[in-house]
Each structure stands twice: as structure tokens, then as C-alpha cells.
Design a protein around this ligand. Structure first.
Ligand SMILES: NC(=O)c1ccc[n+]([C@@H]2O[C@H](COP(=O)([O-])OP(=O)(O)OC[C@H]3O[C@@H](n4cnc5c(N)ncnc54)[C@H](O)[C@@H]3O)[C@@H](O)[C@H]2O)c1
Ligand SMILES: [Zn+2]
Length: 359
């Protein structure tokens, strides 16, 4: 079964197509777009696992195509890899032109990096995203953010560049390991807390079917999350206000991630800890009741996500939070729940409160 979520951007609307086997829709999409040629940007691991299926679809289009790969993982999301991909892109024969379409194939790293190549090569080529991790399906594939890390910090280089289409083939998730699946589920819990309490109920009841990679369940889960993220992003395409609520769990999460070093905790794991701390802080302030707090903590634990972090140095955590690129005027901004399904931005959080909520 295929689900389609339209993304009604005023200047560049496109569809997110979701379901097992939707990679096959790539051929038609490229034809509709009148592509002159196709260049795939994939990570090596995803290419080894699923590149054959992608090449089969491309061979049906009769378009000239090339596949450029880079080593899997966040460590590749840098200027050196970007430079090598551009070298590869401009080496492709016949040469790329304005109607060449870039296809990104892999997790959020391939999407961000390939999207940035598309945003910048020839001052902007069209691109199609084919995400293959749950995190990329429910988060990175919607919103138009593309970019790279710099040694000074994550995602410091980039551009907004909207895809012409997103194909989320949920069958890809069969080869994704459970830890990476949980990594994406953290962002699903986030979506539930900020906008849709019924998504939390859904995650509670569908937990086993999700881990069993049941196709209908995964398709439904991805579609619900894409709709939530799209609604928030459409309301506010270039950040500023509403989009900030997507940072729920991320102020502390990013700091925990930095303290652990990027390779110790996965992003979603750090966000899970950040969400627990935000819930505890909201509870201390009397914004939510204890049942709401424990409900989300229990759900995170059932989704195999960490809910506590040992030996955090509160002062260092606060320092890192203050230097977050999203902090403004020496104030830490945190998204706190008012109830499950609704959050608000607070800029009066103190270091003492953070120290008290460390778990
Ligand atoms: N643009 C955005 O709005 C946005 C939002 C959230 C995250 N991101 C970015 O996304 C990145 C994280 O994404 P990620 O978690 O997908 O990481 P990732 O792309 O590194 O993928 C994680 C690992 O899973 C492997 N993998 C991917 N698909 C697989 C599959 N189907 N089967 C088996 N293995 C598979 C990859 O090879 C990699 O080793 C970060 O760089 C983050 O900044 C961007
Ligand atoms: Zn995140």
C-alpha cells in the first residue's frame, strides 16, 4: 500500500510517497521531471545493500546515470567528501547540465550531503530524496535543510533546498539494525509530545509490529510523522518561531551529544535523554503531571532508548548549552511540554534547574 503526503509549499510543492517498494516510482518521477540525466549520491553501505534495486529502476528510464558513493557515517559529512563528490559530479559523462537530477540514497547523512551538492552545483539542481533510515524518513527528509559539518560544529555549512520529491521505501528498513531503528523512534516520540498525543498511544500499541518491520505499520508510522513535521515546517519554512518546537529534547540532547563525543551516543539516544530532562523540568515547574512524565519515559524505555545519563557534569552541560548556536543573548532556550501534544518555548531556564533535573 502506498501513502502520499503532499507538501504544499507555495513556490515548490512536492509529494512524499511512502510504502514498501515505492523506490520503483523513481522511474516515473524522473520522467515527469523531464530529467536529462541522473546522478545518485549514496553512502557505500546503503549502495552495497540496496544499490542493485536502485540501478534496476534507473535502467528502466534509459537516462544516462552515475552513482557516486562516500564512506557511511557522520564522519563523512564534511567539506572533503563534498569536494570529492563535486569532482565526481563534474567528471560524469555526458556532462551534467541544468536538467540533471540528483538522487540522494541513504540515511540523513546522504540526504544532507547529496542535498547540499544539489543546492550548490550549477547554482542549484533538482533532487529527489530516497531516505533509508527511520530517522531520515521521519525527520531529515522533510524541511529542505541540507548541509555539512565543519570542525567548528555540526551542520554549520548548508542551504535550504527543497526536493522535487521524496520516496520513502519502508522495505529498506528491513536491513536497518534495531539500534538505528530506535534512533528514528526518538524523533517520533518527539513529534508525539510536541503535536499529537495519539501518536504516543500509537507507538505504545504498535511497538512490537514496528520492531518486526511490519510494512503496513511502518508505512503508517512514517506517514503520521511526515505529516506532523510538514505541518510545522510549512507554517514556518525558514525557522524563527513555530519550527523551533522541533527542538524539543534537543537543547540538552545536543549538549549531551557533544559531551559524549559524536561517536558514543546516537543522535536519537541523546535526544531521548534530553526529552526526559525537559519532561522532568516541566514537571518541577508544575507544567505537566507526573503521569505524563512517566508515560513518555516508559515509552522511551520500551523503544530501547536511554532515559538516563550517568556522570554528567552539570556545569559543563550548561556551558555547552549556552554556546549552542540556537541560544540567544546568553539565554538558553528550551522547549517544554504544557501537556502531551503541546509545547512552548521558554528562555528563563536556569543552570540550577538543569542541575536539579540531571538524571
Ligand atoms: N536535514 C534535516 O532536517 C535533518 C534532520 C535530522 C537529522 N539530519 C542529519 O541526519 C544525519 C543522521 O542521519 P542517520 O541517522 O540516518 O545517519 P546515517 O545517514 O549515517 O545512517 C546511519 C547508518 O545506517 C546505515 N544505513 C542507512 N540505511 C540503511 C539500511 N536501510 N539498512 C542498513 N543500514 C543502513 C548507514 O550506512 C549508516 O551507517 C545527521 O547528520 C543529521 O545532522 C538532518
Ligand atoms: Zn533530531
Amino acid at each position: 500500500m502506498k501513502l502520499t503526503v503532499p507538501i504544499n509549499l507555495p513556490h515548490a510543492p512536492y509529494d512524499v510517497q511512502i510504502g514498501a517498494g515505492v523506490l520503483g516510482c523513481l522511474a516515473d518521477l524522473l520522467e515527469t521531471m523531464r530529467a536529462s540525466s541522473v546522478v545518485v549520491i549514496a553512502d557505500e553501505r546503503v549502495d552495497a545493500l540496496h544499490g542493485g534495486a536502485l540501478r534496476d529502476v534507473l535502467s528502466r528510464t534509459k537516462l544516462a546515470s552515475a552513482v557516486l558513493t562516500f564512506p557511511a557515517g557522520e564522519a563523512s559529512k564534511n567539506l572533503a567528501t563534498y569536494g570529492r563528490l563535486l569532482d565526481g559530479l563534474f567528471d560524469v559523462r555526458p556532462a551534467v547540465d541544468r536538467r540533471t537530477v540528483i538522487v540522494t540514497f541513504g540515511g540523513g547523512v546522504a540526504g544532507d550531503m547529496g542535498g547540499f551538492v544539489a543546492a550548490s552545483a550549477l547554482r542549484g539542481l533538482r533532487f529527489i530524496q530516497c531516505p533509508t533510515t527511520l530517522l531520515a524518513d521521519v525527520d531529515a527528509s522533510v524541511g529542505g535543510k541540507t548541509g555539512l559539518d565543519h570542525k567548528a560544529g555540526k551542520n554549520l555549512i548548508g542551504a535550504f533546498h527543497q526536493p522535487s520529491g521524496v520516496l520513502i521505501d519502508t522495505a529498506m528498513l528491513k536491513t536497518l539494525d534495531d539500534r538505528q531503528l530506535s534512533n528514528g523512534l526518538a524523533e517520533c516520540v518527539k513529534h508525539g509530545v510536541i503535536r499529537d498525543e495519539s501518536l504516543l498511544t500509537h507507538l505504545e500499541s504498535a511497538r512490537d509490529a514496528i520492531f518486526a518491520r511490519d510494512e503496513a505499520t511502518l508505512g503508517d508510522l512514517v506517514a503520521r510523522n511526515v505529516r506532523i513535521k510538514a505541518r510545522v515546517v510549512l507554517a514556518d519554512e525558514r525557522e524563527a518561531n513555530i519550527r523551533e518546537i522541533l527542538n524539543f529534547g534537543h537543547t540538552v540532547g545536543h549538549a549531551v551529544e557533544v559531551m559524549g563525543g559524536y561517536d558514543k551516543l546516537l543522535h536519537g539516544e541523546a535526544v531521548a535523554i534530553g526529552m526526559v530532562m525537559a519532561l522532568r523540568l516541566a514537571r518541577r515547574r508544575g507544567l505537566i503531571d507526573d503521569a505524563s512524565r512517566t508515560r513518555v519515559e516508559d515509552l522511551l524505555a520500551r523503544l530501547n532508548l536511554p532515559t538516563r545519563c550517568d556522570n554528567i557534569d552539570a556545569d559543563r552541560l550548561w556551558e555547552i548549552m549556552l554556546h549552542d548556536k540556537k541560544a540567544r543573548g546568553g539565554k538558553v532556550r528550551m522547549i517544554l511540554p504544557l501537556r502531551l501534544g503541546e509545547v512552548a518555548v521558554f528562555d528563563d531556564v536556569t543552570s540550577a534547574e538543569i542541575a536539579e533535573t540531571i538524571i
